[in-house]
Design a protein around this ligand. Structure first.
Ligand SMILES: Nc1ncnc2c1ncn2[C@@H]1O[C@H](COP(=O)(O)OP(=O)(O)OP(=O)(O)O)[C@@H](O)[C@H]1O
Length: 294
């Protein structure tokens, strides 16, 4: 059965996903598709909705930001029924969609969905969390934590800028033991981003060489360059040009990566932050997720 379930996070993108509903209905009816729409009522519910419906629908579409996509993907991977994942970007960042060439304009994204071109993409696992886009440790995870604190008082980009400077002011470099496909080395880092996708933070091309379907992670490591130099590097990260500064930035390609530390590290997984004790183990799971994209 060629049926489609739309799982909509009504609070993603500050609520703009709700405005996409009439467009979904119009497009599905125009193309005579058998479809259903469900709205989440609480965080993480998209995982359960996807799990419960994976066997009933050929395609399950996440309508929301990267958090919603991760939740729907998790439900589909858990059920392992070969259900395809569709994406209508409706968040603030939409970073995975960028790597998959899915436009942020919902009308254009729906056209891609109706066309139905498919691609099998890799699924990353960091300890016990699945991820499709980027998982990172170090400076950026601390920026996310500090920005969340600032957001209670200040909104939007200003909160991010204040969060960034607060973090830089207090940030201490991280000494880690890295194991990249079995090879061990000691590093003094500010940031490590492990990418299946290329973008995070709303369009920063932090892992420019990443490819969602090459069976590998691509890793970008920013050494302990000091607070002034990281500010100098920052604009080049937006454009993905930072990797040319080889004195400060290392790139690696691998299937398995371990980051060991004696101190607590924070992991940034598409804007959600988790503490990590002792070890972060990144691996590509033996499962490809079928995605509808351009
Ligand atoms: N009904 C709901 N009420 C409150 N929170 C919800 C609801 N449904 C989902 N959520 C939570 O909303 C959070 C944010 O979702 P999502 O990342 O998709 O949107 P966003 O933050 O606007 O986008 P982006 O990550 O692209 O910036 C997720 O953690 C998700 O669990």
């Amino acid at each position: 059965m060629d049926n489609i379930l739309f799982i909509i996070n009504p609070v993603a993108g500050g609520g703009r996903t709700k405005e996409i509903i009439p467009l979904i209905k119009e497009t599905m009816e125009k193309h005579e598709k058998d479809y259903q729409i469900m709205l989440t009522s609480r965080p993480k519910e998209a995982i359960n909705i996807a799990e419960d419906n994976a066997h009933k629908f050929k395609t399950v579409v996440a309508v929301g930001g990267d958090g919603t996509i991760n939740e729907v993907a998790k439900g589909l991977i858990n059920e392992n029924k070969g259900t395809s994942l569709g994406i209508i970007p409706g968040g603030t960042g939409n970073d995975l969609s960028r790597s998959l060439n899915i436009p942020s304009n919902p009308k254009e994204a729906l056209e891609i969905l109706v066309k139905g071109n498919k691609k099998n993409i890799d699924v990353g696992l960091i300890n016990d969390h699945y991820f499709l886009n980027i998982a990172s440790v170090g400076l950026d995870a601390e920026v996310v934590i500090n920005t969340e604190k600032v957001k209670k008082k200040v909104k939007g980009k200003t909160a991010y800028v204040i969060g960034l400077f607060n973090t830089l002011f207090r940030f201490r470099n991280k000494e880690v033991i890295l194991e990249i496909d079995g090879k061990t080395c000691k590093k003094d880092i500010m940031l490590i981003a492990v990418g299946n996708g290329k973008y995070y933070g709303g369009g920063m091309k932090v892992v420019p060489m990443a490819s969602v379907d090459d069976g590998h992670f691509h890793m970008c490591l920013i050494k302990n360059v000091g607070k002034l130099k990281i500010l100098f590097l920052f604009p080049s990260i937006f454009r993905g040009k930072h990797t040319k500064y080889k004195k400060y930035v290392e790139v690696h390609k691998a299937k398995n990566i371990k980051i060991k530390t004696e101190k607590e590290l924070y992991l940034n997984l598409d804007g959600e932050v988790f503490p990590i004790k002792n070890e972060a183990f990144f691996t590509i799971v033996d499962y490809k997720l079928n995605i509808i994209c351009d």
